[in-house]
Design a protein around this ligand. Sequence first.
Ligand code: SF4
Ligand code: SF4
Length: 480
Amino acid sequence: MNQRIKVKDITPVKIQKPTNSPQKPDYSGRSRIYVRAVEGVIENFRRLFGFIFLGIFAVGPWLTYDGQQAILFNIGEQRFTIFALTLWPQDLTVLAYILIVSAFALFFITTFAGRVWCGFMCPQTTWTYIYIWFEHKIEGPRNKRMALDKRKLDADKFIKKSAKHGAWVLTALLTSLTFVGYFTPIHQLFIDFFTLDTTFWVAFWVLFFTGCTYANAGFMREIMCTHMCPYARFQSAMFDKDTFTVSYNPARGETRGPRSRKTTQEQLAEKGLGDCIDCNLCVQVCPTGIDIRNGLQYECINCGACIDACNGVMDKMGYEKGLIGFTSEHQLAGGTTKIFRPKLIGYALVLTVMCSLLVWEIASRVPLELDIIRDRNSLDRENMEGLIENVYTLKILNKSQEDAVYQISISGIESPKLYGDSEVSVAAGEVYTLPVTVGVEIDNLEVGTQKMYFHVDTVNTQGQTIKVEEPTTFIFTGVF
Ligand code: SF4
Ligand code: SF4
């Protein structure tokens, strides 16, 4: 009982308030990261990936299909067109499947290869690298940029800064116009925007996204990844000891320290030096400004720039490459990476099932929808011909990309007579409201509710029959 419980001193630290004294605390923002350019296999791969991604993004809204914009997310008309497929608010299941497939693909890739999405495909990274490329081409390499920023404003600095910001704004404007072009017809958008003939909201969104791109890729950069992106926060929940991440091998690299290229392995062993020459290049090329030698950090976007930088150093020193590499925690500890593990297999299975369901949902989707609303004012009535009538309103939605003529018919009840149009023309994407009355001879009815079906069908321009069948009820109260 006389054992003392260890306590931790949690006396609150006094927070210093800013004063007017010369020794003011530092309330300045983050220090600016001057990213050093790097060459290497991974950098080449990312550039290739970036070009493909940018190419798809830039060309996407200009593609046409059947005389129309092939990819158009028309929010105003609540219609998403992707080539031959048009999705409506009624196609919520397809959208839900697309979201679920995307989520599980992200889980699978993150569990397998860490944050490769961030490093190679995320628009934030891609545009940041484009902006850094402009910076590098206009203001020069890292040390020149640092010197330029320290210098007082002169003609040369003014010209360079203006050229850089001009290139950034132009890139942002083109990005924004392309992005908005996914939501409004792009040909008209470009004509209207450059002839100053656009609507207020289109102009607003173009300028808004221009501002966002310019601010994010030009100034916010790693702040987006480290403080605002939710993915950076929850990714660790998906990592395990077999996930491939960019890691430094401390067993090989430590103790780090400078040395001459001529230093032999024996001399290194004598001094207790590892392979890291402490050149800091891996930190200088890092777009988030971290030191990977401090271990796995949530700021790391797995871009691999530090791998290229360090491999270059290892090459020059005549050491084996791979001091920093894509590796797993198990591999770093001397074991082997387990590729086929329950978590990964689970994600792969769910992904396969969801992909199959998505394909099945799209393949079996009928580009026609029918809603039937019964007249609630009268259950039934007798008409001049002595038939018992029920009244309905049909809502026919043409979900295809072409106008169609639909035939309406009835089944499930003996000798029904349809009062109203049995053939209607519905434009692509339109909802047609058709009031109809169905009459049936009393002898063919039993008192109560009987099941009946409405059929709507057409043959499209490719010769395919498109049809839907919807059940409803015919009510006979027996009072006539
Ligand atoms: S530590 Fe390496 S992989 Fe991670 S963000 Fe920095 S450069 Fe990219
Ligand atoms: S680039 Fe390689 S050698 Fe240079 S400091 Fe980084 S880990 Fe060490």
